[in-house]
Ligand binder design. Sequence first.
Ligand code: WT7
Length: 634
Amino acid sequence: MSKTGLTEVLLNEKKLYKPSAKVLKHAKVKQWKATIDKANKDPLKFWEEAAEELEWYGRWHDILDDSDAPFFKWFVNGKCNIVHNCLDRHIGTPTENKTAIIWESDSGKRRKLTYKQLYKEVNKLANGLKFLKVRKGDRVAIYLQNIPETAIAMLACAKIGAVHSVVYAGYSANALRERIDDQAAKILITSDVGHRRGKIIDMKWLCDKAISGSPSIQHVIVIRQDGVHVPMKMNRDIFYDALVETQPDVCKTEVMDAEDPLFILYTSGTTAKPKGVVHVHGGYMVGIHRTFEWIFDVKENDIYWCTADPGWITGHSYIVYAPLMSGVTTVMFEGVPDYPKPDRIWRLVDKYKINILYTAPTLIRALMRYGDSWPKKHSLKSLRLLGSVGEPINPEAWRWYHKVIGKSRCPIMDTWWQTETGMIMISPLSSMPLKAGSATLPFPGIQAEVVDKNGKPVPAGKGGYLVIKNPWPSMLRTVFKNPQRYLDTYWKDFPGLYNTDDLAHKDKGGYFWIQGRGDDVLSIAGHRIGNAEIESAIVSHKAAAEAGVIGKPHPVKGESAKAFVILKKGYEPSDKLIDEIKKHIRSELGPIAITDEIEFVDKLPKTRSGKIMRRVLKAWELGQDAGDTSALAD
Ligand code: WT7
């Protein structure tokens, strides 16, 4: 074994990347096998020990209450607040002077906030929210880009017991409206404008559109990013700076029950309506803290950068909450990876001496395409560990990431999880041997399995459905105001097992290989979007009668959307109409739902009950065998 590099050996025809002595020296978990075995023998004890690493206002009576399964309760009657662990407990310790957040904007502006400064900012906004009559349990929608105020707003809500719901800034006004209405949010926090690739995005204008006629929104708090003129509605809209200016910088942290909701995050599913995934204070903080510390091997003075957007669960758990609980420096970046040049990311790694980089396969593939010369302009020597999340990482991208970015020195943590799981569920620990393209093994205390349609485990090498067999502390508690949907979506297909809706197989060594989503959710550049959501956006266009949307393999984005559209009588297919429908999808759902291809057809394959058989469409498109078509109407 070399001292600095990872040694590559062959096993089972899959190359095994073993940890170097240096990686092992740093590893928080050195005996990965024994650790997993021990945790799996007594998962509750494992999670209780994890909970004891954090501060609580009052201890729990029971670790788990499964009497109303699958509505599980964790750390029953425990009293806590995640913000106490992110901020309050660092104050008065040397950590208070450490940099909590480093932020850089699209245009190169930068800001740094120490833990003390962040604490004060959060307290001021928390008081501001109280001034606007926000109370425990009220919902606050946050529509912001990747700026420090996004984290500040989340923390301020949590501090006073309000429930935040961040809506990704790439979503359209319509998508924002739908989410605000579903949760009946009282407050919306946004900015005058946002930035992307040198362009200005009219955030406030989008918000005005989204909340016109909203029955629930009482106030809009507007952050002045550029200080441009935006229309402000009397008695409803207030500038952030004006609101917090006069507020005291101390604020009592609300004592929450472990099971009190912390946030709602909407995610795409099989139907057109997104689901409001509910996470709570207690179990969530325990799950993300333990996974963050162990998987990323965090050290006290680490500079850590997760390139996700705070509008996704990755940003919630691993840009904001977990890094702050660990007291490290978390980097927030408002820009895009290849603007102004394809080495923006690598430049930032050197500039801020990033030790841990956590990013997505789509980004790795996009940057790989520009060639090695761009990363080679930078030393990247501060990097110690790399992470990947969002979709399966193809072995070619894994090897490039490993060799060209990690210089064969940094282990890659391919982390599988979901909005619903709250925390990373399947991932290596740095002391484990790695295989390019495999998320390896379930995290200690998590029991995952690949099963057939009857819920029976399948043999190694055979594909099946990925399920989780036992509850975990940071699991979603319900779908907001829709417990039936929680039961139907996650617990109906395989009684007693949590259905991830992903397909996977295990190899002979027990390593998991995730293949991707089942048939009804697309993953475009790692973003989840329901086929049905795009279809429903298309048929809301005046010319479209029916639509079927499928995903096609895409070299960079992983998957791209193609729509088959039946036009209403009186409309003729044309390139102009294709453009119009594409624009319409964008305005309905936002740029993340970008549909690359639209084809007009006279008929769609349907089941006798009238469901569009996307599987058949896909097979036709890709020239594959459509498999069992006995359900086809004709
Ligand atoms: C879906 C969840 C969790 C953060 C980002 C996405 C896919 C996620 C991996 C991975 C293969 C992955 C799955 C999952 N996915 N990570 N390492 N390997 N697939 O959150 O939007 O809730 O999407 O992303 O299909 O079900 P999300």
